[in-house]
Structures are given as C-alpha cells and as structure tokens.
Design a protein around this ligand. Structure first.
Ligand SMILES: [Zn+2]
Length: 113
C-alpha cells in the first residue's frame, strides 16, 4: 500500500515515511507528511456494503429490509434508491424513496448500482 506522494524535488516515487517525516532515498530530501491531505480525505469517504466509495447522486439498492423510523413502513431488500446525498452522522445517506418519501439510510445497508 503506497499512497505516499512523489518527491517534490526529484519526482522519485520511492519515497518512504518515518513517523511524520517523508524521506526521498534518491536525493535525501525530507519533508513533513502533515502537508498532505490524504488522510482526512480517506476518513471522509463513505463506503457501501461492498467497500465501494459512494458519491452524491449515486444510485444504490438496499441490501436488507429496513424499518422506517416512526412508521410501519419497511424499505424492502432490493429497493432502488436514486440520487442519494451524503451527509454526516450515523445515518450517512439522505435520500428519497418512491412510496415512502425522504429518509436517511446507513451506508452499510446499501450497495452501489
Ligand atoms: Zn527526491
């Protein structure tokens, strides 16, 4: 797993990381890893049940019967949900389901189409 950036000085891709320091073995340039935003980007990613990254506007299907909070309605397995919107929180998908209306889903219970 090498998601380290290339050396900014000589463009080498043999860069390695030592604690918070990135080191280029070719020109021995050293710099701090804190300038990269990769880590925070990764933690913001919302993934479906298969580990695929979800994005606003995606279409997903529900992989598990889900009770709709505060009603007797159930979102059935295989229900297609179009145009999802990712949000923060425990239920990280905002969407509108035909016959049910606006609701929130958990990304672990959906699969990207
Ligand atoms: Zn270098």
């Amino acid at each position: 797993m090498s998601d380290l950036p290339d050396c900014p000085k000589c463009d080498s891709d043999y860069v390695y990381q030592d604690d918070h320091i990135l080191i280029c073995p070719e020109c021995s340039y050293e710099w701090t890893a804190d300038t990269t935003t990769d880590k925070s980007e990764y933690s913001d990613e919302i993934r479906d049940a298969n580990g695929n990254i979800l994005q606003d506007g995606d279409t997903v299907t529900v992989i598990k019967d889900l009770k709709v909070k505060g009603s007797s309605l159930v979102v059935k397995v295989g229900t297609k949900v179009k145009n999802i919107r990712l949000v923060d929180g425990d239920h990280d998908i905002d969407c509108k389901i035909d016959g049910i209306g606006a609701m929130k889903l958990k990304s672990q219970f959906v699969k990207k189409v």
